[in-house]
Ligand binder design. Sequence first.
Ligand code: C5P
Length: 420
Amino acid sequence: MSMDMQFLAGKKILLGISGGIAAYKCAELTRRLRDHGADIRVVMTKSAQEFITPLTMQAVSGHIVASSLLDPQAEAGMGHIELGKWADMILLAPATANLIARLHGGFADELLTTLCLASTAPIVIAPAMNMQMYLASATQYNLKRLEKRHFFIWGPGYGIQACGDVGPGRMLETDDLVQRTIDFFTPKETVFEGVNITITAGPTQEALDPVRYISNHSSGKMGFALATIAEQWGANVTLISGPTALPTPKNVHREKVVSALQMLKASINTINNCDIFIGCAAVADYRAQDICQQKIKKTSQSEDLILRLVKNPDIIASVANHPNRPYCVGFAAETESLEQYARGKLKSKKLDLIAANDVAKEGQGFNSEKNALTVFSNRQRFDIKLADKKEVARQLLKIISEQYQKKLTRDTKNNETDPT
Ligand code: C5P
């Protein structure tokens, strides 16, 4: 079981559904939250039932769905006041403009609005509506005031809407809502309070001409997971990322780069403000010696094309060799002789730690959801078993924080005994 699953284990979430087209996503949302261990009770407004049936929500949540204040059967089970007390969180998804207005007004005109008034649980609003309705000054005003009253507003997302308009107003995607719920319940660790961490992530792209490049299959997920957890544990995180489709983690400063040379420049720029540097990017080893200004044409005279490549600088080695070097953690993706090659890189690049993964094994590492790592320092070895990348990130950051603290202690002692 992953740590993510544990974080929602036993958490009681009251899912309040109001009448928007995004209500159809609630069945999947409920299943996913339950997969992570949450207990879900569903309350639907009358209009929500026009979009998804209580029977569906009963089947996926495993409990009778409450929808009426005056339903003796439902009140005989868990009455509305009890339901409000039961919840660790009320998640209103989708929350329509109408529901938002009623919350702002403090109405108790339906079971769901009554529950929101009667409960002391944190209330999360996931707005979902047409973009004009979202941008309307009344809705904006209501949301701002609700936020001031400590309601949490998640979203909305931006994109194509049911009516065909493109703009803000979509309910956040299920993945995003699930992740935010996990983050919400994740206890705040503070091991990195005040520590500046730079992380490189993703692939680099090395242009050949205006339309072509050399790159690799790195998804960036491992580096983004490290950035997410490091931030949650109190670090000030700079994430220098090559091209990926991943969203920037909350409160993380992201610098988007394309090539290895750009990544090097951005990395060196952070050194004076960096305590720990984690090189997670899959940097292209070579780049084109000359980038053609025009598209390279295929010719009828020749069956082959010769490209001259030159070596890219080694970013993490440049950081580790800098006079003001931070604590340096590298990665090594290997297909054979894992320990030998990883230890070789630890030494030649002058790193403090190296996290090695066997990319020949199926289902881990490059472009996969999971990873397993063996971490080497000069003296020690730590094994992190196959798990999803967030869990692997947690375990790796735990090792990094312990080793980093030890190094600080060693450095302090050395400075005390050595008067030079
Ligand atoms: O030498 P190799 O590519 O296997 O080393 C992997 C480690 O070195 C990773 O931490 C990677 O981010 C870093 N690296 C780098 N610059 C390069 C090549 C690799 O920072 N040009």
